[in-house]
Design a protein around this ligand. Structure first.
Ligand SMILES: *Cc1c(COP(=O)(O)O)cnc(C)c1O
Length: 368
């Protein structure tokens, strides 16, 4: 293996995060407490949502959101197959069945035109995934949901601060779920957040986050321990002061890459909609000539970290096949076979970006 000089992701932890954590540790209140409440308020305000419910991961945020919407056995939820497994698994955890619609090959997000034919009398919700930092087509998706009386739960794990037609994701569907895993645009170490404007859904989320009790020691539902700690929230509060700056840098890096990669033969650079923002959780290209592995090999030889997000549509995952979930999504398969994510994170220097560009030029010259 060559040495990786430019990693694909790098969380930025500064003195403010360290000071905040030390303060919490010294306070003795290290589980869910006042810092979690403060983080919930600040994050929901920043997302233009009324309420925030913090959890211990993005996955548990999705799980709790689905339960809060009353989704369970015998129900179906329509989502994208071109995503991280947690999107699908959160549906499976509730006992419901994930049903997969194809994606749009420009944005790699759920194509609204694929949804209607999948709706049955068991369908309860649509879970669009705002992939790579760009929103799904929320106007069309919300219209379909309204026509069929379905809930919309946004998987916004990769889309902190993204807007769609001027609205922030997290404030568009009935509920939205964010992840604060270290590779995401902002982090709490592990952590997640649900945002919503619906007071009833917040109450439900609080119940499912903590053991399913509405009255202390009286349990009507099977709930979980999905609480965030004040230690994590303290990191999140510091990161929230920096997220706009982080996103700005990601967008600048992406523009720089676009400028020089657009002319390179054999690759498609990311598409970004007008009137919306793309916060480039990933900068993902698609190769149109040669084998993807050959491109990755040359990039690796040149010290460039890469990722494949994601190599297999969820319905082709062995466990999903075993569980009998299926799908027929040719665009998702094309994407799964051709995408490569390149470094775009805020700590990249101009030299790093130039190295990425030069390495891709080399790869394009070699590969036919
Ligand atoms: C990261 C991610 C999740 C899960 O978040 P965790 O915090 O890792 O549990 C869910 N959906 C998508 C699209 C993600 O990228």
């Amino acid at each position: 293996m060559s040495d990786i000089k430019v990693p694909i992701a790098k969380p930025i932890i500064g003195q403010e995060e360290i000071d905040n954590v030390v303060e919490v540790l010294k306070s003795g209140m290290i589980a869910q407490g006042p810092k979690v409440s403060e983080f919930e308020e600040k994050f929901s305000l920043w997302t233009d949502a009324k309420y925030g419910v913090a959890t211990n991961s993005g996955t548990s945020a999705l799980h709790v959101a689905l339960l809060s919407c009353g989704i369970g056995k015998e129900d179906e939820v329509i989502t994208s197959p071109f995503t991280f497994i947690a999107s699908g698994n959160s549906i499976v955890y509730t006992g419901a069945k994930p049903v997969f619609g194809d994606i749009d090959l420009n944005t790699y997000t759920l194509n609204p035109d694929s949804i209607e034919e999948l709706i049955t009398d068991k369908t309860k919700a649509i879970m669009p995934v705002h992939l790579y930092g760009q929103s799904a087509e929320m106007d069309a998706i919300c219209d379909i949901a309204e026509d069929h009386d379905l809930k919309v739960i946004e998987d916004a794990a990769q889309a902190h601060g993204t807007t769609f037609n001027g609205k922030k994701v997290g404030s568009i569907g009935d509920m939205a779920c964010f992840s604060f895993y270290p590779t995401k645009n902002m982090t709490t170490s592990e952590g997640g957040m649900i945002t919503t404007d619906d007071e009833h859904l917040v109450e439900e989320a609080h119940i499912f986050r903590a053991h399913g009790s509405r009255v202390k020691y009286l349990h009507d539902d099977i709930g979980y321990n999905f609480r965030m700690t004040d230690i994590s929230a303290a990191i999140g509060i510091a990161q929230l002061n920096k997220i706009d700056e982080f996103n700005k840098k990601r967008i600048e890096n992406a523009k720089y890459l676009n400028k020089y990669l657009d002319d390179i033969d054999g690759i498609i650079t990311p598409f970004a909609r007008d009137n919306s923002t793309h916060v480039y959780h990933q900068y993902t290209i698609r190769v149109e000539k040669g084998k993807r592995d050959d491109w990755i090999e040359i990039l690796t030889e040149n010290g460039i970290g890469t990722g494949v997000h994601y190599p297999i549509p969820l319905y082709n995952q062995p466990i999903y096949q075993k569980l009998g979930f299926d799908g027929n999504c040719p665009n998702a398969e094309t994407a799964a076979n051709g995408v490569i994510s390149l470094p775009v994170h805020p700590s990249l220097t101009n030299e790093d970006l130039d190295l990425v560009i030069d390495s891709l030029k080399k790869a394009s010259d070699k590969i036919v």
